[in-house]
Design a binder for this molecule. Structure first.
Ligand SMILES: NC(=O)C1=CN([C@@H]2O[C@H](COP(=O)(O)OP(=O)(O)OC[C@H]3O[C@@H](n4cnc5c(N)ncnc54)[C@H](OP(=O)(O)O)[C@@H]3O)[C@@H](O)[C@H]2O)[C@@H](O)CC1
Ligand SMILES: [K+]
Length: 488
């Protein structure tokens, strides 16, 4: 997993890398610019479009100057716009790249930019070096960039956005943010989505061991992290090895939730799935999912199951049932939906949850549980406190879902699409997570694999159906994610 460092740690990371690899800071900047160019080429923008590069006086501006040079060499019509006063001192690498701008690239002060231009604007004004509230002198520059009607691409961060804390001033509203080495924390906050546009991660060749000395609780999950966390089953494995799980889900009018979670558990490899549903509703689930068994007892011997998922479509009148279940099962379990709402209004039950269990609230359910947050950073901190206090794992569902673990680490998922914001998508996830726990995955690995596959399946469904995607489509794409990630 990619460690997400703070803006202040970036400089130290740079110097650690420069020292270890024996390259200069200027070479590292060149790598960043080349990495941007690789992405640019993959986008096949029309060469008829002129490119306007807005550059600041720091290294973010230095990236911009280097990019302008490389684009010009590649045959693009490029112009540079300086976002600093005449006579300002530039960072040494920015100055070097400014000096290297070829003669054929016009170089103007930013306020000479003609907003009626068509083309692509590259925002290399401010990056992780932005400190404190943005100065008034920067306001008109950001306003000018935002008034440009064409495509806007921010380098490393949309200018005006602080790397890892909430920003109050004006911020560039980019269509794309190409960020170097790792996504800066603030890029992953939902409130910053209008500024970041699509986030692109550009590798600059800093090897993972160099990150080890920098402490950070935040990580970014990538596709390559998934396969090694899956369990490998042998030729002689039988359905008992794949786990015997139970789902306590569904109620009159909400049997769809039980169906979706049971099917998802089966699709992710559960050997035996038993749904505990109201007896009166059994016909619905048994005809929809013949592979599922049903039981109707209120207090069965829960511990005969390897894993238990509670909550989808359960109904808010099941407080006593939830209490009995929490007392009756001693291994980590999954708690979702109505189970979380019941816990929020009956807080004395939180201490009954087996340690290391997983709660999967959406933002509304989370607010009921931990109170209102002022912003995403505040939310992350409150959830971390909750996880440490109760020794529970919490998944904050949404874009870049956050897996908050019992040891304080918080992992951001990288798969998914807005098309997954549809009824029942959470029920599918509960089924997947219960399935992995039942197959013997640790809660951490169940979460990492489950959340990633769920997001990937959503992406595949979204690519096919866009906003017509429904939870059943996500479910039916799970199999393809196994092929895509080469999970046996
Ligand atoms: N490993 C990596 O990730 C790599 C990172 N690289 C790149 O380096 C970038 C970081 O560069 P950096 O540290 O030079 O800072 P940067 O973002 O240019 O900002 C400095 C400028 O901001 C200004 N400024 C500050 N506060 C302000 C305020 N409140 N309001 C207004 N202005 C304010 C400050 O002005 P000053 O205070 O000096 O007057 C100065 O002009 C990083 O984002 C990435 O693009 C790559 O090149 C290589 C690999
Ligand atoms: K920028």
């Amino acid at each position: 997993m990619l460690k997400i460092l703070s803006g202040d740690q970036v400089k130290e990371l740079d110097s650690a890398h420069i020292q270890k690899e024996g390259i200069s800071s200027h070479e590292l900047m060149e790598r960043a610019a080349l990495s941007f160019i690789r992405w640019w080429e993959s986008m096949v923008f029309s060469k008829a479009l002129p490119v306007f590069v807005f550059c600041g006086a720091g290294n973010n501006g230095g990236d911009g100057f280097a990019i302008a040079r490389l684009l010009f060499k590649g045959g693009w019509n490029v112009q540079v716009f300086r976002c600093f006063e005449e006579g300002n001192t530039l960072s040494p690498d920015a100055q070097k790249n400014l000096d290297w701008i070829p003669e054929g690239v016009p170089n103007h002060p930013w306020n000479e930019f003609d907003l009626s231009n068509e083309g692509v604007l590259i925002d290399a004004f401010l990056g992780v070096g932005l400190k404190g509230p943005i100065r008034n002198s920067a306001f008109p520059i950001i306003e000018c960039i935002n008034s440009f009607p064409g495509i806007k691409i921010s380098i490393d961060l949309p200018s005006g956005l602080l790397a890892d804390s909430p920003s109050n001033g004006p911020v560039v509203e980019a269509d794309f943010t190409v960020t170097f080495a790792f996504p800066k924390l603030a890029l992953l906050f939902p409130e910053n989505a209008p500024f970041t546009g699509k986030i692109v991660l550009a590798e600059i060749g800093i090897n993972e061991p160099i990150y080890e000395v920098f402490p950070s609780p935040y990580f970014f999950i990538q596709e390559k992290d998934i396969l090694p966390r899956h369990r490998v089953f042998g030729q002689f494995s039988h359905k008992g090895d794949f786990g015997k799980i139970a789902l306590l889900a569904g109620s009159k009018g909400k049997m769809g939730a039980a169906i979706l979670s049971s099917k998802a558990a089966l699709r992710t490899g559960s050997g035996l799935v038993t749904a505990f549903v109201p007896e009166s509703e059994r016909g619905i689930i048994q005809s929809a999912v013949p592979e599922v068994m049903c039981e109707f007892e209120e207090s069965p011997d829960w511990n005969r199951f390897d894993a238990l998922g509670v909550g989808p479509g359960l109904g808010l009148d099941k407080k006593d049932l939830l209490q009995k279940t929490l007392k009756g099962f001693t291994k980590p379990m999954i708690l979702d939906a109505d189970a979380i709402t019941l816990l929020a209004s009956n807080r004395e039950m939180i201490s009954l949850i087996p340690k290391n269990s997983i709660l999967t609230p959406h933002l509304g359910e989370l607010e009921r549980l931990i109170g209102k947050s002022s912003d995403h950073l505040d939310r992350l901190n409150r959830v971390k406190e909750f996880c440490l206090q109760w020794q529970l794992n919490v998944l904050i569902k949404g874009a870049y879902s956050v897996i908050s673990l019992t040891d304080g680490r918080q992992l951001f998922n990288s798969s998914g699409t807005p098309y997954m914001a549809t009824a029942g998508a959470g029920d599918v996830l509960t089924g997947i997570l219960t399935s992995y726990l039942g197959q013997g995955y640790s809660p951490e690995n169940a979460l990492i694999c489950g959340v990633y596959h769920h997001g990937k399946a959503g992406e595949l469904a979204g690519n096919q159906y866009r906003r017509s995607t429904i939870a059943s489509d996500i479910l039916e794409k799970i199999g393809e994610t196994y092929l895509l990630l080469n999970v046996l």
